[in-house]
Design a binder for this molecule. Structure first.
Ligand SMILES: [Zn+2]
Length: 72
């Protein structure tokens, strides 16, 4: 079975590979941090858009963001 984003072998109990699974976890952790920094007023969608603009955001995270934004 392959990762739904990149086609690599997927991790157990996920539709993502290890790399994209790690990216998903760091994305969720980052949202919690950002949300606190914004006093809980940051929309998830805004967070994704800002992250996508940052050069330091990894490609695996950007893959995930594009998919999330495409599906909402
Ligand atoms: Zn992947």
């Amino acid at each position: 079975m392959a990762c739904s984003l990149c086609g690599r072998t997927k991790a157990v109990e996920s539709d993502l590979c290890e790399l994209h699974l790690m990216a998903e976890l760091s994305l969720e952790a980052a949202y919690e941090d950002w949300s606190k920094a914004y006093g809980g007023k940051l929309q998830y969608r805004e967070f994704l858009e800002e992250l996508l603009e940052l050069n330091e955001t990894g490609w695996a995270v950007k893959d995930l963001i594009r998919r999330k934004m495409g599906s909402t």
